[in-house]
Ligand binder design. Structure first.
Ligand code: F3S
Length: 430
């Protein structure tokens, strides 16, 4: 205790000393050590529900289930309930042969049912609350401006910080849970005003609205874990955070967080802190990045293609990493039906899985577009495609995607949304 530099309250010290039992003391100790390493001066209360990145019962991570059992046996429940990232499997909607199923159920995700039970006991908000887009209104885990969070999923953290103006660091799995249990997180990084200032100014000088996934990638690859202030995007997205802007920023942010390590960005005249404080959100000495059509083309051309056979026919296509919004599902439905018509096709020529959250799927099922999309042969699922692809068998299949995050972490081949549309609707090359 003498070695701890952080200023702890009496209650925090008491917890560390075991006043709430040995398990709680270990949890608090982990958070304090994490804070010490990051140079935090104190712990601060979280003010909104949590979100966990660890949603998959991978058999190999045995300590996770042991720790969860210890928490449950000690009678501890999270102070703040939480949602969790998407589940890894959905045999009904995502093609799996017998060998795949065997690998998933016996080797890869053999602990899924046990882990989900543990999550429910510790504080999962609702039985079906598995999605990385927990912040969309249908899922309901939507922080407000200034809320302090204990989240870890990188695409959700960057959205909450940037688009909602909440405050959260890019935590790791288990730290997110421990913060929810104690109800506090160490104060450092993006929780502090000074670290929310932009140290990069990104000037958009393209001839049209760029593909969100490539723009996010170009920003992330250059700024790394910096905070960019983006100028020129409001010209295309407008000055209001409407459904279109939210969907665009969701995808752009996820790409910047996975191709780099961006946890917060500002968009001039659009995102809350940039709207409130204008150019005052730019730190003195901020570096400059100019984005033109040529820069984006170069970024795209540099993506490695990990397929053995470059000319292989796509086995499957994943659209929706991060999970799609209702607006995006409706938009895809219109584009896909139109594309099929133009190409004289009845059904999609590649097995295509649109991934979304359970709550968005329910909302989408009440729109006329729901049946239209299914009629094209498309499938809807709530899984995480990355988890599906993260095994030697699925990883070898020629899978295509318009998600830069999925491209980064798997062997999926990236195409822009416009190219994906042409491929899946069977457009013949001229
Ligand atoms: Fe979400 Fe999984 Fe992609 S968590 S962002 S669908 S990798």
């Amino acid at each position: 205790m003498e070695k701890i530099k952080m200023k702890l309250t009496k209650e925090e010290k008491d917890i560390l000393n075991g006043a709430q039992g040995p398990t709680m003391a270990k949890i608090m100790n982990t958070l304090v050590m994490f804070g010490e390493l990051a140079g935090a001066k104190r712990m601060v209360p979280i003010t909104h529900e949590g979100h966990l990145v660890t949603s998959f019962g991978i058999s190999l991570i045995k300590p996770l289930y042991r720790i969860m059992d210890e928490i449950i046996n000690a009678g501890i429940a999270a102070k703040w309930k939480f949602t969790a990232d998407p589940r890894p499997i959905d045999y009904k909607n995502v093609k799996c042969n017998l060998l795949n199923k065997l690998i998933f159920s016996k080797i890869m995700y053999g602990q899924q049912a046990r882990y989900e039970e543990q999550l429910k006991k510790v504080g999962l908000t609702k039985n079906n609350d598995f999605s990385c887009t927990c912040y969309l209104p249908e899922m309901g885990n939507t922080p407000k401006y200034g809320d302090i969070l204990s989240w870890a999923e990188s695409s959700a953290v960057v959205f909450a910080n940037s688009v909602l103006g909440a405050r959260c660091n890019r935590n790791s799995g288990m730290i997110d849970l421990f913060g929810c249990i104690v109800g506090k997180v160490p104060e450092f990084g993006l929780l502090l005003d000074e670290n929310r200032l932009a140290n990069w100014v990104v000037e958009l000088k393209t001839t049209s609205l760029p593909d969100a996934q490539i723009l996010g990638s170009a920003i992330g690859l250059t700024v790394g874990d910096g905070v960019p202030f983006i100028k020129g995007l409001d010209k295309y997205l407008g000055k209001e955070l409407n459904d279109k802007a939210i969907s665009y920023l969701k995808d752009m942010g996820a790409a910047s967080a996975s191709n780099g390590a961006v946890g917060l960005y500002h968009v001039q005249n659009l995102t809350p802190e940039a709207k409130k404080n204008g150019l005052k959100m730019i730190a003195t000495g901020a570096k400059k990045l100019i984005i033109t059509d040529k820069v984006l083309e170069q970024v795209y051309k540099n993506y490695p293609i990990l397929w053995k056979n470059m000319d292989a026919k796509p086995y499957m296509c994943f659209i929706g990493c991060p999970h799609l919004s209702v607006e995006q599902l409706i938009d895809w439905t219109h584009k896909v039906t139109q594309g099929l018509k133009q190409n004289n096709q009845q059904k999609l020529s590649v097995r295509t899985i649109f991934t979304t959250s359970p709550a968005v799927l329910e909302a989408f099922s009440n729109t006329p577009e729901y049946l239209q999309l299914l009629e094209t042969g498309a499938h809807l699922s709530c899984i995480c495609p990355l988890m599906y692809m993260n095994n030697p068998i699925a990883g070898k299949k020629p899978i295509i995607t318009c998600s830069n995050k999925l491209r980064t972490y798997t062997s999926a081949r990236f195409y822009t949304e416009a190219q994906i549309l042409d491929i899946i609707t069977g457009k013949k090359e001229k």
